[in-house]
Structures are given as C-alpha cells and as structure tokens.
Design a protein around this ligand. Structure first.
Ligand code: MG
Length: 277
C-alpha cells in the first residue's frame, strides 16, 4: 500500500509541474514593440553623482579626519554618563552647536590617538542619521586584558556606543566586546583583527525621533559592518547605551556630536568620514 501511495505521489508531482509549465503565459515581444509597456515602470530622474577618491572617500562625505589635524574635533561638553539618571540629565544639557576647548589627543600625520585622562572628544558638527566610516587600531600591550585592553568607543550622538576594544584572544562579556552595541547587543560574530592591525567600522545609524511632548516617536537603529563583516543588521536600540542598568529613551536634540571615548587606553584612529541621510 505504501509503495502504491509513493508512486501516486511522484506521479501527481510530475503532473503538477507539467500543468504549471503549461500555465506560464507567453509574451509576444513583436506585438509589444508597438506600445513598449516596460517603459511605464522606468524612472529617469537625474541622480547627484558621487565620485570615490583613491582613499575610498565619497565626494559628498564630511571628512572628520584625513591627516594631520584634529580641527574638526573638540573636547566633549560633558563626561560620558554611566547610568540612566546621568544620561537623562546630560542629554537634556547637550548643545548641538556647543563650542569648547581644543581636543587634546595626540595627532600624528596619518592617525590620532587617545591621550589618557584628557577626556572624550566630540565632533564640532552635530549629526542625526549618518553613514559613518571609521578606522581604529588597538596597539599591542602586555598585561592588559578584558575591558582594559584598548577600550574606546564610537558614541553616535554622544549617547549610543559601538564598542571599541581589542577582542582578538581577549575574552570579556559578549555584549561589551568589539563591535557590540554596548550592553545591548553582542555582534553576531567576532570579526576582530589582531592588535597593531587597523580595523574598520562601517555604521549606519538612524537617530531616534521624539514627539513635541518629548515622548519617543521612533527608536534608534544600528547597522554595523566590522572589517567588512555584517555584525548588526538594523538593530533597534533600547535607548542610550549604559554602563549601569537597563536603558530607556531620554529626550535629546535631533542632532548631536559624534563622540570618541577616552577610556584611558591609547587607541588610534584614522580615515573618518560620514554621510548624512
Ligand atoms: Mg568603550
């Protein structure tokens, strides 16, 4: 009985595929040449042109560091907050057009480096939605481990951190390793290079929006590509990233500076550019 059933099944599958093959409508291309119906779904408006230079920088990008000078950066207005109460208070005080002291980090021709104890640096310009390219390097350091081996961070709007850390043979909590959305989401894989090697993040950040009542309208989203490997795809954030406690959204301006963290380690940066969208 089973064999008969099996044969019947095979026969019906074959029959079905034959019937379906016959049902694919034929197109009379010679007839259609009269009316060219494919043109109805073509779009012909001009796009603005973007050229890519030899360093891979698009011509419409805002370059925040190419070489030699930290003139697009300054000392951050406030220290990076640690918990939700500090974050809410800081976010309320952050000014998109703040003018502060010069960034005190060390600059050489092709990169700059965290100068421990001088504090975070902030872009002079404020941003909302951005596509960001940034390259960083964790110098090899003896005796360093966990969160103390080349910790820094890319803080979108100064509030939402994509972690920078040496995560090559350096275990720590997974949602705090390199390319994590700090304490909210571990990267899907560890794509870290060894210390002393340059690494890249390509980040797409969608800023949160707020109602006039200051209640959240739409959350923030992050897509992160680490060294060419997708590690976060359009991840919804719970709120600003926090060292202590669960996060929730706190109201802030629609544009705020990009901030790089001074966590006391000499992390290096180069080739930073972004495009607003
Ligand atoms: Mg960090």
């Amino acid at each position: 009985v089973i064999k008969v059933m099996q044969r019947l099944c095979v026969f019906s599958v074959l029959l079905c595929s034959l019937v379906h093959a016959e049902k694919i409508p034929q197109i009379d291309w010679r007839m259609l040449e009269q009316t060219k119906p494919w043109e109805a779904t073509e779009q012909w408006e001009d796009l603005s042109t973007v050229r890519i230079n030899t360093s891979g920088v698009p011509s419409d990008a805002i370059v925040l560091f190419e070489h030699g000078a930290l003139d697009k950066w300054q000392r951050a207005q406030w220290p990076i907050p640690a918990d939700l109460a500090q974050t809410a208070a800081t976010a309320a005080l952050m000014e998109p057009d703040y003018v502060g002291d010069a960034a005190a980090w060390d600059v050489s021709k092709n990169f700059f480096q965290v100068k421990a104890g001088t504090g975070a640096i902030a872009s002079k310009q404020a941003f909302g939605n951005i596509q960001l390219h940034i390259e960083w390097m964790a110098p090899k350091r003896k005796g360093k481990q966990g969160q103390h081996y080349s910790n820094s961070g890319v803080f979108l709007m100064g509030l939402y951190e994509v972690q920078i850390l040496n995560s090559f043979d350096n275990p720590t909590y997974s949602n705090g390793q390199a390319a994590s959305i700090y304490k909210q989401r571990a990267p899907s894989v560890n794509a870290s290079r060894e210390p002393n090697e340059w690494q890249s993040y390509d980040i797409v950040f969608t800023a949160p929006t707020f109602h006039p009542s200051k209640e959240l309208n739409t959350p923030a989203y992050l897509t992160v590509i680490h060294n060419g490997v997708l590690v976060h795809n359009h991840v919804e954030l719970k709120g600003p990233t926090l060292y202590i406690g669960e996060s929730e959204y706190v109201y802030h301006a629609p544009k705020l500076p990009l901030i790089l963290q001074d966590h006391g380690d000499p992390v290096r940066f180069r080739n930073i550019w972004l495009r607003e969208f």
